[in-house]
Ligand binder design. Structure first.
Ligand code: NAP
Length: 288
């Protein structure tokens, strides 16, 4: 890893999105920069779709070293970049841009961030496992792409719109045993699950009582993971704990996608604990 931080330049970083005011990324990255002793800043930038092209040009002109990209720009931004990393191309979305002297490269750290968090916090070995992914949206694409690299036995994708699950399984079938299902087939598929991952928005604030599958369909003692981090403990995780499952929430994914981005920008290992604490702190100060 090249240590860009050691070059001593003031490091300009930021996140573009619409809306952006509630983003936890500035608090997390500012804490990380301070902990690493790097001179720099990380700013939230409210960029509407019509301003995306100009914002990316400005990144070059102003000398931003890096940018995170969030909703709704993750797909659209790709056409303004000079290069796109292979995983981001497969996923079809970019959440991190690195600026090397005016050359902008797009990466997707959501999937690899998720998998690092899952392995560190809940399930060190994914090889040979039957993983059931609930949902087939943008987040599912990122995490399934990264999960495939861990050689699971099978990934079963269950989605409300069955065709989307089928299409995603079909797209990547040459890379592993992927199968798509509709919600009516979920009960049978879940019986053989060793890991369940919720990538749907069901259970997210303010619908905190909602659950994406009936609790009775969760096998006892397996690993259950939820990408949602607001609330930190979703109804799915609460019910899974009652069934003696190992549970894993979405905070670790958020922290690790940010950590990978910071590592790409700075070339030094990210202070994960500091970053996690900063996000938790910003929840305490702003509970929505
Ligand atoms: P998305 O592209 O809009 O996909 C949403 C998925 O949820 C689709 O599969 C959709 O099914 C399903 N869904 C939505 N409402 C549903 C309902 N009422 N019943 C059943 N299924 C439903 O969204 P995304 O970007 O993938 O994000 C999904 C979740 O991941 C969000 O909660 C987001 O906060 C979380 N996330 C967390 C992190 C993190 O860092 N922890 C990062 C990214 C995303 P259909 O295809 O049938 O519409």
């Amino acid at each position: 890893m090249v240590n860009y931080a050691a070059q001593g330049d003031y490091m300009l970083l930021g996140v573009i999105g619409d809306p952006i005011a509630h983003s936890k990324s500035p608090a997390m990255h500012l804490a990380a920069l301070a902990a690493l002793g790097i001179q720099g800043t990380y700013v939230p930038l409210h960029i509407r779709p019509a301003g995306l092209d100009d914002a990316i040009q400005a990144m070059r002109a102003l000398g931003f070293r890096g940018m995170n990209v969030t909703i709704p720009h993750k797909v659209e931004v790709m056409k303004y970049l000079d290069e796109i990393d292979a995983a981001a191309l497969r996923i079809g979305a970019v959440n991190t841009i690195v600026n090397d002297n005016g050359k902008l490269t797009g990466y997707n750290t959501d999937g690899i961030g998720y998998v690092r968090s899952l392995k560190d916090e809940a399930c060190p070995e994914l090889q040979g496992k039957h993983i059931v992914v609930l949902g087939a949206g943008g987040a599912a694409r990122g995490i399934i792409d990264a999960l495939i690299e861990e050689s699971p036995d099978r990934i079963s994708i269950v989605n409300r719109t069955r065709d989307k699950a089928g299409a995603l399984a079909e797209e990547w079938i040459s890379r592993g045993d992927l199968r798509g299902y509709g919600e009516e087939e979920a009960e049978a598929v879940l019986q053989h699950a060793e890991i369940i991952i919720n990538t749907t928005s069901v259970g997210m604030h303010p619908q905190i009582g909602a659950i994406p599958i009936p609790a009775a369909h969760i096998p006892q003692g397996i690993v259950v993971s939820d990408l949602i981090y607001n609330p930190l403990q979703t109804e799915l995780l609460r019910q899974s704990e009652l069934r003696q499952c190992i549970v894993h929430g979405g905070l670790g994914m958020f922290v690790n996608q940010g950590a990978y981005a910071l590592e790409y920008w700075t070339g030094v290992a990210a202070p994960l604990q500091v970053m996690r604490a900063a996000v938790l702190d910003s929840f305490t100060n702003n509970s929505t």
